[in-house]
Design a protein around this ligand. Structure first.
Ligand code: HEG
Length: 147
């Protein structure tokens, strides 16, 4: 089980409270699809992913970005049991979607980058440290049902 200090809990929940889900989720997923184009293979039903411009303007990408953000919200609300909270999601990504688990970290990095851009100076090294720890726990929970 992961131990969180009060400062880490505060940093994670306050970062999250500052974020606009309609911007962060979609931009992070779009960035992931643009920067790491092999991740597009899981989203063939999303239609036009031919260029950075079409990815950024694709409503299905935006909608799924919000779904991913909703997943993060579940984790923030269950900081003491992210593993259990994400067990069904991990199983889905492994058994049904067959997502290569290396990609979780890539999307997590895109999330951090987008968040840093949004928060500017408020994304201090201490805040970043707590946030990266949180995302590392999320990624590890998503990898749990893989074998
Ligand atoms: Mg995943 C579905 C969360 C990384 C590909 N993802 C979902 C769903 C959630 C979610 C909440 C909906 C589950 C449901 O319908 O029950 N995803 C989520 C998180 C993260 C992540 C929190 C990492 C931070 N996903 C991820 C990555 C890929 C991927 C890296 C592929 C590169 N997710 C994926 C696909 C679906 C979901 C293909 C199904 C989309 C659909 O059918 O509409």
């Amino acid at each position: 089980m992961v131990a969180w200090t009060d400062a880490e809990r505060n940093a994670i929940t306050s970062v999250f409270a500052k974020l606009n889900p309609d911007v962060v989720g979609p931009n992070a997923l779009a960035r992931c699809l643009i920067v790491y184009p092999w991740t597009q293979r899981y989203f063939s039903k999303f239609g036009n992913l031919y260029s950075a411009e079409t990815i950024l303007g694709n409503p299905m990408v935006a909608a799924h970005g919000k779904v991913v953000f909703g997943g993060l919200e579940m984790a923030v609300k269950n900081l003491d049991d992210i593993k259990k909270t994400f067990a069904p999601l991990s199983e889905l990504h492994s058994e049904k979607l067959h997502v290569d688990p290396d990609n979780f970290r890539l999307l997590a990095d895109c999330l951090t980058l987008v968040i840093a851009g949004q928060m500017g100076a408020a994304f201090t090294p201490e805040v970043q440290a707590a946030w990266q720890k949180f995302l590392a726990v999320v990624v590890s929970a998503l990898c749990r049902q893989y074998y």
